[in-house]
Design a protein around this ligand. Structure first.
Ligand SMILES: NC(=O)C1=CN([C@@H]2O[C@H](COP(=O)(O)OP(=O)(O)OC[C@H]3O[C@@H](n4cnc5c(N)ncnc54)[C@H](OP(=O)(O)O)[C@@H]3O)[C@@H](O)[C@H]2O)[C@@H](O)CC1
Ligand SMILES: Nc1ncnc2c1ncn2[C@@H]1O[C@H](COP(=O)(O)OP(=O)(O)OP(=O)(O)O)[C@@H](O)[C@H]1O
Ligand SMILES: [Mg+2]
Length: 344
């Protein structure tokens, strides 16, 4: 599921004099790569079976819990043009296993999003003059925020998103930043730089924008591992998922690769599904505690879980629908995909 195929990573490991160790863990199903680390590269056997680490953080379903304990997720996004993206993220959070999913969107988008699903709680506040305080009231009751799907790029909304991020940071809330949230971060990286309870989930374009903003040079496309590692370091070791043919995940120290089989169908909305599932898995990974994840970085464990789940949903939906597959078809697969990967 996780591969070591980068020539650059190979060369870096070899030059560090640890080729034997590198070869050893390349042979295993799931490996972790530490290319370009200034410290000696060493195999991380404790993270070899990362699927198992994801399984370990899944909360048991028991009769002793009350509503909310398995996750209350907030999505910041949804405007006149984009109502699908926040819906995909919010409904995926519920289908993965969160108890409550809130969407904070503009007034225009709220009725539309509500009409997609009675399961979502929708707040038409994002273009309100008091948007930041309206959302702030809810933050103590949320476990994770996902900021950006379908948010749009209007200055007033981006300003509100900035204010919401600041409030969330002050409360130590885990934050996923995606889509237009990443547009904001590319303009003003300091908003999130150094806040290690955040995960950024850029697609190809979003990654390029962030990289150029932070490192003042174009992305080195022949060196994907090094690029994601450098960007994470420049962001102050925030976890970054670079989505693509293979998903590269880095916390500035390690690089994980998720190449779980998906399909060649690239309909819009798959990234939104990833962001919503990540919101829940982050909460679970942080709640589980160090022992359950062998003292690994919970943000890496959750990120790997969300990438593999998204790709498995894509794979299953494509088997059924082929070219007509859309993100809604993927969402119908969340339950079985989750079971197959993490509960069997
Ligand atoms: N149903 C809905 O409501 C949905 C709403 N969404 C929402 O849309 C908003 C904008 O998000 P985004 O991702 O479209 O914006 P951005 O990052 O500027 O990329 C746009 C352009 O980049 C290019 N491009 C992309 N990949 C590339 C590659 N590998 N290699 C090369 N080029 C590549 C490609 O350019 P093109 O080929 O069209 O010229 C693409 O069109 C945001 O709010 C998001 O949440 C979506 O979530 C979908 C579902
Ligand atoms: N070429 C590819 N082959 C296989 N899987 C891919 C490929 N490109 C992206 N994916 C997968 O699709 C998912 C979404 O990535 P993508 O780059 O489409 O995000 P996005 O552009 O933000 O999507 P959205 O349309 O929701 O905004 C990720 O899980 C990623 O692994
Ligand atoms: Mg996207």
């Amino acid at each position: 599921m996780v591969v070591c195929s980068s020539m650059a990573a190979w060369a870096a490991a070899a030059s560090a004099g640890v080729l034997a160790a590198f070869l050893l863990f390349c042979l295993q199903e799931a490996v972790l790569e530490r290319p370009f680390s200034l410290r000696p590269t060493r195999p991380a056997k404790d993270m070899d079976n990362i699927f198992q680490l994801v399984r370990n953080v899944i909360p048991p379903l028991t009769s002793k819990k009350h509503k909310g304990q398995d996750g209350k997720i907030g999505i910041i996004g949804g405007c006149k043009e984009y109502t699908g993206a926040p819906y995909f993220a919010a409904i995926t959070a519920l289908k993965v296993g969160a108890d409550l999913s809130h969407v904070f969107c503009t007034k225009d988008a709220a009725t539309v999003i509500k009409s997609y699903s009675p399961e979502l709680i929708v707040h038409p506040v994002l273009d309100h003059p008091n948007a930041v305080s309206e959302v702030d009231k809810w933050l103590p009751r949320l476990h994770t925020l996902v900021i950006g799907p379908g948010m749009g790029r209007e200055d007033a909304i981006l300003d509100n998103a900035k204010g919401i991020i600041e409030k969330a940071k002050s409360k130590g809330l885990p934050i996923v930043i995606d889509a237009d949230g990443l547009w904001l971060i590319a303009q003003q990286p300091a908003i999130i730089q150094g806040y290690q309870r955040a995960v950024l989930t850029p697609n190809f374009m979003e990654f390029s924008r962030l990289y150029e903003a932070l490192l003042s040079e174009p992305v080195e496309t022949s060196d994907q591992h090094g690029s994601v590692l450098r960007l994470s370091q420049a962001m102050g070791n925030i976890t970054i998922i670079q989505k693509g043919e293979r998903d590269l995940i880095s916390d500035g120290d390690k690089v994980l690769v998720c190449s779980h089989e998906g399909s060649s169908r690239r309909c819009g909305g798959q990234g939104d599904l990833l962001a919503g599932s990540l919101g829940v898995l982050l909460h679970w990974a942080l709640l589980a505690g160090h022992e359950k994840i062998n003292a690994q970085n919970p943000f890496l464990v959750a990120a790997f879980g969300a990438c593999s789940l998204t790709r498995q949903c894509n794979h299953q939906a494509f088997q059924k629908c082929g070219r007509s597959m859309t993100t809604s078809d993927m969402i119908s697969e969340v339950g079985t995909a989750f079971n197959k990967l993490f509960e069997t």
